[in-house]
Design a protein around this ligand. Sequence first.
Ligand SMILES: [Fe+2]
Length: 348
Amino acid sequence: MSKLNWVMGVVLSLGFSVGHIPAVQAQKELNLYSARHYQTDEALYSDFTKKTGIKINRIEADDNGIIERLKSEGDKSPADVILLVDASRLWRAQMQNYFAPIQSPYLEDRIPTNLKAAKEARGVAWYGFSTRARVIVYNKANVKPNEVDTYEKLADPSNAGKVCTRSGAHPYMLSLVGSLIERNGMVATQAWAKGMVANMARNPRGGDTDQIKAVASGECGVALTNSYYYARMLLSTKPEDVSAISKIGFIWPNQNAGGVHINISGGGVARNAPHPKEAQEFLEYLATDSAQAYLANGNNEWPAVTTIKVDNVALKNMGSFQVEKVSVADMGKNQIAAQKLLDQVGYK
Ligand SMILES: [Fe+2]
């Protein structure tokens, strides 16, 4: 018996006629490659599915894992949407041709010009959906706030032996340096990097939370961190975090000197997206009022859509601040120059 005849036989013996088998409706879906791995994002995805009927298949990895996967899958990649963290990574993914630029009047209207890729004839490669700031924390017993209230002051000889940062090769540092190149020029930024290396309390190592803890312990006098790590610690009720926070001062850098450095988490449609329509629908959903508030709040970030207010105790306690005018697209493109400059001064 052929396979088809066998199936027909089973169908008929069950009492159905072939003509009455209901057509299975193809479920709309999209494949999301996300470097965001915050538990609170779950609710965001299920809300999208509820609103649109589009199922989300998620691949989660860190940024390098996502990029490696896209590289090995090549043109056959099933990715529809790519979400990455930090402008330098988004820019690199754009240069490696992982995005299909999109034309979306809605996203164009919602996301400010300084928080997205440059507009090309084919559209925009990626959009920022949440923002974070690179801030300064200091040990209250050893350092006075006016000694460390700008990025530039951290490289001043008066702060010798006090400064800690994560590796200069990390995208968070490359983007900051990329921004300083826009603000102060190459020569001044190289001198700054040299001053930073001279002022290190220890060789760069660890993540941003490690810098905060080392400031609390007194190993470092002053350090750089992304704002959400500090906010997370502010909200923590763990005794060791409460104790650490009590020893630390917090600064919005450069308030009268160009503003605090801002970065994004963001994303775009993948170049060979099998479901480009659904992918764009998802990105547009991320820019809606409710998704924006939720997305930002979940990781103690700010919405990219600036009219939306977030009800977050930690961010409220950190107060208001002036942000830089440099666009994330410009700091992204400066990262190669930034890396070169850091290598030249031995910034590990
Ligand atoms: Fe981070």
